[in-house]
Design a protein around this ligand. Structure first.
Ligand code: TAP
Length: 514
């Protein structure tokens, strides 16, 4: 453990910022890991001194102790965020200067991208090469995209009836909500943080964020970099801890006016209930069971490659993962055969190894849930073509898995695995209406996809699929500029794109008589 000191800009001058870090030699570099709570611009121990171990899923070893926040810590962080919003320099800062700070933070993240990607790899099991490009790369791109929106948040002038003989001017202002709470999951720890915190900051709010208990490290590194970028104290507060303590208090706290949540539908439902108590705005990005339809007139090579990645990308720990594939009967057997051949070529191993394609699952409880998931599939009569088991090696590795003969109204057809499990159902040649009925027979509505060379069929199917996103002849193609979010029990509200700003703004109407 060492103490790291740097100068940070504050109110036009320079001020020393220092924090304790745990330093680890790994991945041909030394990573400096902050491990305390970040409250009011400082790293501090939790009020009751509680800590827990951050675990490396590659071998189950402890990386470092991390502070575990209490209800009192949430209250202190909310008070700091409130003070920063109402009385600190953030509240009166020019929108363009706010954007400038965000660009500065993005640049610092880019300077530290190898360190951030290494932390994501050892903390969440993300394959390093993917972590660099997607987990960290997209986080930086998201910060920059929303930094650009900071000074483009505009209201309207509204043509209301005049109060004759006088006239009226009616205009709207889009203003920040105030103190917001964010609760994020473990599958893309930094990216989920960035998707939410970027529009939140661009809109001028302050934040108390809880990372998933099992993946706190990149969020704490982000906090350190935000202090170095010169964010005023109290604007960003990061509290590792549990959903039942920290998450619950964020939802219940009367001074938090908005909660942004990504996670499971079950937790989302209970968050919505707590938010109802003090009529708090919330947005929920929840689970998915995204259908992917492969027609026989597809580009087969592409459909095999992309279909496989639609299930296996990021070890299947991907909210938009294709939860169920529907393959047209005449190509079904060939398709499954070719996917299995591709899966056999995947290199499974240490996420820090540059040639690894598939790393360990995020944590032990998740690995166990995948083993159970596959057991249930076998018990209900689906055909297990490959995989289905934990891999016999240290760490939380699970075999990439393929099931076929999956019928409608079964456990496998309805439940989300959130792991590297491909679930294939066959549909009769030409039965477009039938396959759409099965594809839409889910309470989720996050994403969907279709592969066919027939453009008009593709567009008709894309219109009919009841999901927030539909990919045509591609998959996983999310972009910072395109709104992202689900329908039905996959939640409501959007991350990314201009629409995400709405989640962190309120509209004020001003009417003047003259
Ligand atoms: P959850 O168990 O729902 O956890 C998500 C976050 O909520 C964690 O930080 C968790 O804390 C916290 N939490 C748990 N109970 C809470 C409560 N009662 N009040 C407040 N906060 C609480 O989900 P997960 O297992 O981490 O993530 C997997 C799920 O997330 C999947 O269903 C997946 O589809 C979904 N997901 C959706 C998306 C989008 S964009 N729709 C993206 C990624 C993931 P702990 O740290 O204590 O668990």
């Amino acid at each position: 453990f060492v103490r790291l000191s740097v100068l940070r800009s504050r109110g036009g001058g320079k001020e020393e910022f220092s924090c304790n870090t745990f330093d680890l030699d790994v991945n041909h570099m030394t990573v400096h890991i902050p491990h305390q709570l970040f409250i009011n611009g400082e790293f501090v121990d939790s009020s009751n001194g509680r800590t827990y171990d951050a675990i490396n899923p590659n071998d189950g070893s402890a990386i470092t102790k991390v502070s575990f926040a209490s209800v009192d810590d949430v209250d202190t962080a909310v008070a700091a965020a409130k003070e920063a919003f109402y009385n600190g320099p953030w509240g009166t800062m020019n929108a363009r200067d706010r954007g400038h700070l965000m660009y500065k933070l993005a640049n610092l993240m880019e300077e530290h991208q190898e360190e951030l990607a290494t932390l994501e790899a050892i903390d969440s099991g993300a394959v390093y090469t993917l972590a660099l490009k997607t987990h960290i790369g997209m986080s930086i791109a998201t910060l920059r995209y929303f930094a650009g929106w900071s000074d483009k948040i505009q209201g309207l002038t509204v043509p209301i009836n005049n109060a004759k003989p006088n006239r009226n001017l009616c205009y709207t202002k889009r203003v920040p909500i105030g103190v917001c709470g964010l609760i994020v999951p473990w599958n893309y720890p930094l990216m989920m943080l960035a998707w939410k915190i970027s529009p939140l900051l661009a809109a001028g709010n302050t934040v108390v964020l809880k990372p998933a208990q099992v993946t706190p490290l990149t969020a704490l590194k982000f906090a350190e970099l935000s202090a170095k970028a010169g964010f005023p104290k109290g604007v960003i507060n990061i509290l590792p801890g549990s959903g039942s303590i920290v998450g619950n208090r964020i939802c219940a706290h009367p001074d938090i006016r908005k909660v942004g949540f990504t996670g499971s539908t079950q937790t989302g439902r209970s968050i919505m209930e707590s938010c109802a108590v003090n009529v708090k705005k919330c947005s929920l990005e929840l689970g998915g069971k995204s259908p992917l339809i492969i027609f026989s007139d597809c580009d087969m090579d592409r459909a095999v490659r992309q279909g496989m990645m639609a299930c296996m990308f990021n070890k299947g720990e991907n909210c938009i993962a294709a939860g169920r594939l529907f393959v047209e009967a005449s190509i079904h057997d060939e398709y499954v055969h070719r996917v299995v051949e591709e899966i056999k070529k995947m290199k499974i191993g240490d996420p820090l190894d540059r040639s690894t394609d598939h790393g360990p699952q995020n944590h032990k409880a998740h690995l166990d849930s995948l083993v159970d998931f596959c057991k249930k599939g076998v018990e209900e009569g689906a055909t297990l073509v490959c995989g289905g088991k934990q891999i016999d090696r240290p760490g939380f590795f699970f075999e990439p898995t393929v099931f076929t003969d999956v019928k409608d109204n079964t456990f496998l057809s309805h439940e989300e695995s959130f792991g590297p499990v491909m679930i294939v159902s066959k549909f009769e040649d030409g039965d477009v209406e039938g396959v759409l009925k099965s594809a839409n027979d889910t309470e989720y509505g996050l994403a969907s996809g279709v592969f066919t060379k027939d453009l008009s069929k593709a567009l008709r199917v894309a219109d009919a699929l009841d999901a927030g996103t539909c990919f045509v002849n591609t998959y996983n193609k999310t972009d910072v500029a395109a709104p992202f979010g689900g329908f039905k029990q996959s939640g409501f509200g959007k991350d990314l794109g201009e629409e995400a700003l709405n989640e962190y703004l309120k509209t004020k109407v001003i009417t003047v008589e003259y």
